[in-house]
Write a protein that binds this ligand. Structure first.
Ligand code: TYD
Length: 213
């Protein structure tokens, strides 16, 4: 079986990064995990500029979209493809759906063509998306509890108002409809439930998807 490329997506405070950490703890070297923006050393540098630096907050959406794809092309070339070539499945914490949800749906719908054009240049696209779906208000509450410090957790998207995050969620759902029509499935995990239930559900679904008992 060809190794899979699985993307985990979700809005602020959805808990997806925790779920991926738990999955990695449970599966170890059977999988490779990566995150976006970032993953490869060069893409991590772009991450710092694109989401950690306060200047990023006022950047035009074109700049942010291109930075996200710049980081993505590097992560694909240096982490994702090499791992898949070795036969190791890749689990990514965010990928192209994040750019659609944040930059296109929430920032500028005028960039939709540019998004699909850059997406078409990716050397690999996901086999499946897993959407960790939380109500945006609840998600923001969780994220704010976590990101008190500017140094540790700061991400300028957390500062945006609720409508931004509601548009992120709508963008995700629209994106998943579009890729479904292109043949890529999406599993939705309801993250409004208690964390223990979500964890269990996520681990079962991922093992099933990866074909690991
Ligand atoms: P991260 O610390 O990974 O946040 P989270 O724990 O919520 O996943 O920060 C990633 C941030 O970058 C997040 O706010 C979403 C944003 N982002 C985009 O706007 N576009 C993108 O293409 C990607 C990959 C992320």
């Amino acid at each position: 079986m060809k190794p899979q490329f699985i993307v985990i997506e979700g809005g602020e405070g959805s808990g997806k990064s925790t779920l991926i950490r738990i999955l990695k703890e449970s599966l170890g070297d059977l999988i490779m995990t990566t995150r976006e923006p970032g993953g490869s050393p060069y893409a991590e540098l772009i991450r710092t500029a694109a989401i950690k630096n306060p200047l990023a907050k006022d950047a035009p959406p074109e700049t942010t979209l291109c930075l996200m794809f710049a980081a993505r092309f590097d992560n694909v070339a240096n982490v994702i493809i090499p791992s898949l070539k070795k036969g190791v499945p890749v689990i990514a914490d965010r990928f192209d759906a994040s750019s659609y949800a944040y930059q296109i749906s929430s920032q500028s719908s005028l960039l939709e063509d540019l998004f699909w054009s850059m997406r078409s240049k990716l050397m690999v696209t996901p086999d499946i998306y897993v959407f960790v779906d939380v109500d945006p208000e609840e998600g923001l509450k969780r994220a704010h509890g976590r990101n008190q410090s500017f140094d540790i957790g700061y991400d300028h998207f957390d500062d945006r108002e609720i409508t931004f995050h509601q548009n992120v969620r709508k963008g995700y759902l629209k994106f998943f409809e579009k890729v479904k029509a292109l043949g890529t499935p999406c599993i939705i995990i309801d993250a409004n439930r208690p964390l223990e239930t979500v964890k269990k559900d996520f681990l079962i679904q991922m093992r099933q998807q990866l074909g690991i008992k």
